[in-house]
Ligand binder design. Structure first.
Ligand SMILES: [Zn+2]
Length: 272
């Protein structure tokens, strides 16, 4: 036994054995260093870092507010993720439901909750939140159901919620299409690490990991409309190493893939 171990050790030392992946540990160390020193941002980028149970650091245009787009899905995960997960929901995305085109014109196919989140499938989330709203209406009634919704989304609604006392219509605005839900990197980072969001970081880690060999990392990439510019969008990237959260907003013209690449570059992480 001991001889075998010694042989293994010698082979490892001599470089004949493949070295175990070092990337996550090195990356973590480097990311910590980057966050402390200040990230290298490009013009138009906004960035915020928040410690779980700690303060928020803001860089670049990190205080600039704008439509939150797909980040709204993380709010739904906090709000309904446990119920939806327990129901093992499935949705078949064909690309379009009524007037709501999904991000991928040919559709995302059959998606469960993790996949809908990873692929940013608007139509699946829209179907599931409408299902939830119908249930609240039956169980609580319109008014209390609306109160629940306003409490969950309060920090992102400002004064933009149309007056009324009913739950209709829960449309694409509630998954971040349009300008109803808005945030900044700073505000979203602060919300993510707020202890009131009991389960969100766990949900996100479970559904969005798969980056590097270190499962504590996760990222969510999304797009949002730009205020006053019809038809144009900008990307958001949110991520965590399990101890901190990172929120990046990108200037117009960067797509989802480029957005994720920028987040990794800013954090000093390997591309894969
Ligand atoms: Zn879809």
């Amino acid at each position: 036994m001991r001889i075998q171990f010694l042989g293994f050790l010698l082979l490892s030392l001599s470089g004949l054995m493949p070295a175990p992946a070092q990337a996550p540990t090195q990356a973590l160390a480097k990311a910590a260093e980057t966050a402390v020193k200040g990230p290298a941002l490009e013009p138009g980028e906004g960035f915020a870092v928040a410690e779980v149970n700690g303060g928020v650091q803001v860089f670049g245009e990190g205080r600039k507010q704008g439509p939150m787009g797909s980040l709204a899905k993380l709010i739904w995960m906090e709000f309904e993720g446990r119920d939806w997960g327990a129901q093992a929901l499935l949705f078949k995305c064909t690309g379009k439901v009524k007037d709501h085109p999904c991000g991928l014109p040919k559709g995302h196919g059959r998606v469960d909750l993790p996949k809908a989140l990873q692929l940013d499938c608007d139509n699946a989330f829209l179907a599931w939140l409408q299902m939830s709203a119908a249930m609240w209406r039956d169980v609580y009634g319109d008014g209390p159901g609306r109160t629940r919704l306003v409490e969950a989304f309060g920090p992102f609604l400002g004064k933009r919620l149309p007056a009324g006392n009913d739950l209709q219509p829960l449309d694409g605005a509630w998954i971040g299409q349009g300008e109803l839900l808005q945030t900044s990197p700073e505000a979203f980072a602060r919300w993510l690490v707020d202890p009131a969001q009991e389960n969100l970081l766990d949900h996100a880690k479970r559904n969005l990991n798969g980056f590097f060999s270190d499962s504590s990392w996760w990222f969510q990439v999304g797009t949002a409309p730009i205020l006053g510019e019809v038809g144009s969008a900008r990307s958001w990237v949110v991520g965590s190493d399990g101890r901190r959260v990172f929120v990046l907003s990108l200037p117009p013209g960067k797509n989802r893939t480029e957005g994720l690449a920028r987040m990794k570059a800013i954090l000093g992480l390997p591309a894969k």
